[in-house]
Design a protein around this ligand. Sequence first.
Ligand code: ADP
Ligand code: MG
Ligand code: ZN
Length: 350
Amino acid sequence: MTGSGAHHHQISSMFKPLPANHLSKPVHKSSKINFEKIICTVDNTTGQTSFTTLPGSLTGYIQDAPFAKGMMKNAYQLILAGVDGEVEYVTKQFFRLSNDIDQLSDELAGAGGDQIAQHNAQIKAECSRLCQAKWFLSAFYDHCSASNVVVNKYIMIADAFLLQEKASMEPSAASGISSYSLEDEGIMWLVETRHPKNVKHFSGTLSHPSTGMDLKSSTIYAFTHFSYGHSNWNLVFADVQGSPAVVNGHDGLILFDLMTHTSNRNSGISDFGIRGIKSFATDHKCGIVCRKLGLDKDLPLGARVDSDMELDSDDDLGMARENHGTAADGGGNKSIDGSGSATGGSDDTE
Ligand SMILES: Nc1ncnc2c1ncn2[C@@H]1O[C@H](COP(=O)(O)OP(=O)(O)O)[C@@H](O)[C@H]1O
Ligand SMILES: [Mg+2]
Ligand SMILES: [Zn+2]
């Protein structure tokens, strides 16, 4: 044990006393569900993800009513019966499958067949993004250590997996599905450990301000910049948000609900493709961590997006064509300011 110095582990926690009314709070109802567990794994070399269904089944209880709701997803408490007893998780489902604001009321309630399959594709995409984000974050931290740059080391990506209801059983009340028909697949749920409710946003769907000066914010901005370069200019993280948490005994952050913009525009809801990538290149300003890592010089944002996207080599050329709005050339980071970008992006229909 080191008596004093750099590493002192904090004893205090995020403990909160129970509120005055806690004994009169209602007891929540839940549904008992049998699930199959599906995990996402990532290829260490390429960052490509794939899914595997684990044999056997799990029993769990999903509360009938959500405890939180975002723009796209409802969050429910899930209790899984494990070998060590019951463990609490958070499980999520999309209640709409489009970024189109007109579909806000298009709840999944009463959904069948196609919609279940579409929902499942989107929830897999979300799990895949989280899994990829881990791959990028670990590469980022490796890069920081190799470059001897001090960053906030207590940022994590939410650990996530999927659970799929069995279509041969009754659907959970939470799913909003009244019954499965023969050709339906069971609905999939994204499962995460539960983290504190307060959420700090670092970027929106199409806006990437990088004005926070603290080490944590600056580290996150650098992570997004690094990831863009590390993806060979094919991927940008958006909607970066997280909950404060104690990570390895330090004041840290768990990132979740990440979106990405990709050159193939196939990473799921809110992937705005080249347009999204451009919004990052325009908005991002290198902060202290980016500069210490030399990202401002080694991974220039401006040049690549406008010229190279159209020429982009190895993969499909097709989709890159949708973007002819060439502007700033060469001149590195002298970006066009006054982004006019929409936070949240949900008013951007296609
Ligand atoms: N793992 C979690 N632990 C605790 N609360 C969560 C968790 N995931 C989501 N929530 C709550 O649910 C809300 C909606 O989830 P989120 O994944 O952000 O969906 P959306 O895509 O709708 O923004 C969050 O803002 C947060 O309050
Ligand atoms: Mg959210
Ligand atoms: Zn940067």
